[in-house]
Design a protein around this ligand. Structure first.
Ligand code: MGP
Length: 213
């Protein structure tokens, strides 16, 4: 147990250097960020896939504490980073600064549901979605229902064919394709070889081996 965070967040705090290996250099978090930030190795892997697919400008539609934004920028992309929460935008800017990549991201405090329809198809090359799953309680459902994310995925697909969405490990893999359309589903392992940490679904030119531009 640690004094740095309340007891229900202690397990995430103990993994802090897995979330950000530069955690001790001044990374800031809030309660929601602790349980929703993408662990650094998974974020780096996703970012590599985007950049190898030819993505130059990526929209990180719910950037949170900036875990994905930082890795997209480190991989060489420019990032339009949105979050609905002004405090979390400030945290993301701080964290991108810790990693020395703040100049490769534009941070905008906005609701992705109202912003996405306003964004021009070009020059956005791809969109990354890491929406709230309803907190750690997502684990209580045997199968996580992806249908509530349908509106968001459709909004994103109207802006770009090239979309990736981060989902809980207890999704039904068949339901992803059934609800969202053709995609590649990737299980993201970290630590345990038996249980994925997250699941990422890739759409459009984000499928393996294809190029966006
Ligand atoms: P977890 O299941 O809460 O943690 O989240 P852990 O340590 O795997 O649980 P345990 O049962 O093995 O002890 C796993 C990962 O899912 C986190 O590291 C986040 O990357 C991601 N994640 C979790 N939540 C609750 C959210 C969320 O609401 N939104 C998003 N986008 N990602 C989340």
């Amino acid at each position: 147990m640690t004094d740095a965070v309340p007891p229900h967040l202690a397990k995430y705090y103990s993994q802090r250097h897995r979330l950000f290996h530069r955690f001790s250099d001044g990374i800031l978090m809030d309660a929601e960020s602790w349980y929703s930030v993408t662990p650094e190795k998974i974020a780096a892997h996703i970012a590599q896939r985007f950049v190898h697919a030819g993505v130059h400008l990526v929209l990180d539609a719910c950037c949170g504490a900036g875990g994905n934004t930082i890795q997209f920028a480190l991989a060489g992309a420019h990032v339009l980073a949105l979050d609905i929460c002004p405090d979390r935008i400030a945290i993301a800017i701080n964290n991108a600064t810790v990693y020395g990549v703040d100049q490769y991201a534009d941070f905008i405090c906005a609701d992705m549901y109202s912003m996405l329809p306003a964004i021009r198809r070009r020059p956005i090359d791809a969109i990354f979605l890491s929406p709230p799953w309803g907190g750690p309680e997502y684990q209580q459902d045997e199968v996580f229902d992806v249908e509530p994310f349908l509106e968001l995925v459709l909004l994103a697909k109207r802006v770009s064919d090239n979309v990736a969405v981060l989902l809980p490990r207890n999704v039904s893999l068949e339901n992803i394709e059934k609800h969202f359309g053709p995609c590649e589903v990737e299980l993201n392992y970290l630590g345990s070889p038996h249980r994925p940490k997250t699941v990422t679904a890739y759409f459009g030119e984000m499928l393996t081996g294809r190029r966006v531009a």
